[in-house]
Design a protein around this ligand. Structure first.
Ligand SMILES: *Cc1c(COP(=O)(O)O)cnc(C)c1O
Length: 360
């Protein structure tokens, strides 16, 4: 019988990709989706109009390649981040996943290693391995915190080419103190990436790792518009680092990797940063309500400086995940024993989750 299609294992695929399955959280059309830490508030209408105007103007020149250096967008990010940064210190790509990929392509790759402190963002090992690099799984204390001495000792032992510090950490929500970053930087010979995907949800008076950049040419602070900015669908991530490090990324990026439409949309959205970020306070309030309520229900929430809460105390997280699913609520089983992770949604969505959890 004729086969309509070959099987993956019949193809001359790279040996290190054999047997792997594609990664991705389930995308199910449930009414309450709190599984991938999106900002569940839509972009405000006035901002959406301005973005549409900007995209319309970009369309008038869409027959031409875009600005390869995305100059206006880099200026927008430098202004937004502050700390005296200039556009020479900024890089951007299609989501911070691509930003991290560029970093690994330039600084990891075959024969090299990257290290992250697990449990942490599950894309770090996948991105590292896709460049042919090895991945070293560092560890955390039982409450998922990381101390300066412990982190520095692990980095010294493994001597990785790239270190990932997720601050605050996904999927646990754990804050990371700046002294840990300083100690890891001193212990590392390679580059140190501080992934601040959730920084906007941290307490307002907390210092960002951006304050550590001066004099540290191997330090990188990465951010994304996917979480606080309610821009996940546009795919825009960025970083700040020494201009020489940015030059290294120009060696591996595809020419014109950021489309003219993406550049226009993101630049327009950044002009409205205060409006775009107005929901952050609401989300933080819902996050704290989740922590308080799951605790009252007898579960144990972990401290979170993000827009989600990891909580433990579930006998059977898979069964709980399914029971919530059956009630129209999508949360995340991140593979940590007795635990589930839930994103803080709007007040309504958060109530729907908490009511469903209480009914289990
Ligand atoms: C969501 C997330 C990202 C961002 O991903 P994008 O590609 O920008 O959507 C990066 N790092 C961490 C830790 C995240 O949780």
């Amino acid at each position: 019988m004729d086969r309509v299609s070959a099987r993956l294992e019949d193809l001359p695929i790279r040996d290190d990709l054999r047997g792997l399955t594609p990664y991705g959280a389930p995308q199910a059309p449930l009414p309450v989706a709190l599984n991938v830490n999106e900002n569940t508030h839509p972009v405000p209408a006035a901002v959406a109009d301005d973005i549409l105007d900007a995209v319309g103007q970009a369309l008038a020149e869409i027959n031409r390649y875009p600005d390869r250096e995305f100059t206006a967008l880099r200026e927008g990010f430098a202004d937004y981040l502050g700390h005296g940064l200039t556009r020479e210190q900024i890089w951007a790509a299609n989501g911070s996943n691509e930003v991290l990929q560029h970093l690994l392509q330039a600084f990891a790759g075959p024969g090299r290693t990257a290290l992250g402190f697990g449990p942490t963002y599950s894309m770090y090992p996948l991105l590292a391995r896709a460049t042919g690099a090895g991945f070293v799984a560092g560890t955390r204390a039982s409450d998922y915190s990381l101390s300066a001495d412990d982190a520095a000792a692990q980095v010294e032992r493994a001597a990785p080419d790239v270190v990932f510090l997720c601050s605050p950490n996904n999927p646990t929500g754990t804050p990371l103190r700046l002294d840990v970053i300083e100690a890891v930087y001193e212990a590392a010979r390679g580059i140190v990436i501080v992934d601040e995907a959730y920084q906007e949800f941290a307490p307002r008076d907390e210092r960002s790792a951006l304050t550590l950049l001066p004099g540290r040419e191997r330090l990188v602070v990465s951010r994304t518009m996917s979480k606080a900015f309610a821009f996940a669908g546009a795919r825009v991530g960025y970083l700040a680092a020494d201009p020489a490090l940015i030059d290294a990324l120009r060696l591996v990026r595809l020419p014109y990797h950021l489309s003219a439409l993406t550049q226009a949309a993101a630049t327009a959205a950044l002009r409205h940063a205060p409006t775009m970020l107005a929901m952050v306070d609401d989300i933080v309030e819902q996050r704290d309500r989740i922590s308080a309520t799951v605790s009252a229900l007898g579960y144990t929430p972990y401290e979170s400086w993000t827009n989600f809460v990891l909580f433990s105390g579930l006998d059977d997280p898979k069964a709980a995940w399914q029971a919530l699913y059956d009630r129209g609520i999508l949360v995340r089983d991140v593979g940590i024993a007795h635990s589930l992770r839930v994103t803080a949604g709007t007040e309504e969505e958060t109530s729907a989750f908490l009511d469903a959890l209480a009914s289990l």
